[in-house]
Design a protein around this ligand. Structure first.
Ligand SMILES: [Zn+2]
Length: 305
């Protein structure tokens, strides 16, 4: 019986592969480093090997599965199963993923933008389950955004690259342009702002969570200021999303969402003050599926094509 699907979350840093049953439960998963600068053949080879390894160690075979779904950061042609452009995984640009995987694993392969996959996972099993119009932003190394409406239509966005600062001295973004939301509000951006301050230089902080931990322990004016500015910029982008898409619910996922209720309380005031429609009833909540959202969402892709 074909009771399972395979969900692959191919990130710029980590590659996660999971066996997912038809109620959205991950029964087993493997994770490794992506090593994004490699040739695409080596990355796809890892995906194929991890899938076969998982199937084997669970005493299953290909006939127990109905498909492989892969979540990939960047712009995707999901009909042609082709990566159009991924700045995080450049060797995958213009590669037809399905035909490469199918040579070894004879299953249908679906691919979609990673934020869309996370949004689908949340819409099926998570925080936006009861909503027809939902938007999910993932705030981690970069920023992604997926919009789902009427349960069956979805749209991947490059919301991280909408410009929030048009000044000529605006922050440079990983996409090569200036002033993008991502350059101010990703986890990487927070680390960049922190490490720029002379008084914190010797701390050599690499992750945003360490900055928040430090702020929880130490009351330092500069640190408070950096975090306040960070949240202000984050809220600015969220206001723009509400103004453009008017979702019923706006979910925040990705590493930064681990700040939980503290994050929500820090951004809500700026959002209420700045949103166009003061009567807006967009709810702002945290995503629920955490690190598994990509795997679960990718495993659901077959339902949408
Ligand atoms: Zn950008």
């Amino acid at each position: 019986m074909r009771d399972f699907s395979i969900g692959v979350d191919l990130g710029g840093t980590n590659l996660k592969v999971g066996l997912v049953d038809n109620s959205g439960i991950i029964i087993d998963k493997i994770e490794t480093k992506t090593i994004a600068e490699r040739e695409y053949e080596l990355i796809l080879e890892d995906i194929k090997n991890l899938i076969l390894n998982l199937i084997d160690r669970n005493n299953l075979n290909i006939s127990n599965f109905f498909c492989v779904g892969i979540a990939i950061p960047g712009k995707i042609d999901s009909q042609k199963r082709k990566v159009i452009y991924s700045c995080n995984l450049p060797s995958l640009n213009n590669i037809y993923i399905e035909e490469k995987i199918k040579k070894v694993i004879d299953l249908k392969v679906f691919i979609e933008n990673d934020a869309v996959c996370a949004a689908l996972g949340e819409n099926f099993y998570g925080s936006s389950k009861n909503y027809d119009k939902s938007f999910l932003v993932t705030i981690g190394t970069g920023i992604g955004g997926g919009f789902i409406y009427n349960k069956k239509n979805f749209l991947g966005t490059e919301i991280g690259h909408h410009v929030i600062n048009f000044d000529k001295n605006a922050e440079k973004c990983s996409c090569g342009r200036k002033g993008c939301w991502e350059a101010y509000s990703s986890a990487n951006a927070l680390v960049k702002f922190f490490n720029r301050e002379k008084e914190f230089l010797n701390l050599k902080i690499k992750e945003a969570k360490d900055i928040f931990e430090l702020a929880d322990k130490k009351d330092n004016y500069k640190l408070r200021y950096i975090i306040k500015e960070y949240y202000k910029n984050l809220a600015t982008g969220l206001v723009n999303i509400i103004n453009i898409f008017s979702p019923e619910i706006l979910l925040i996922g990705g590493g930064i969402s681990r700040r939980g209720e503290n994050l929500l309380s820090m951004i809500k005031k700026t959002i209420i003050e700045n949103v166009y429609d003061k009567e807006t009833n967009t709810k702002i909540k945290l995503a629920k599926l955490k690190n598994d959202a990509g795997i679960i969402g990718a495993s659901l892709l077959h339902k949408y094509f």
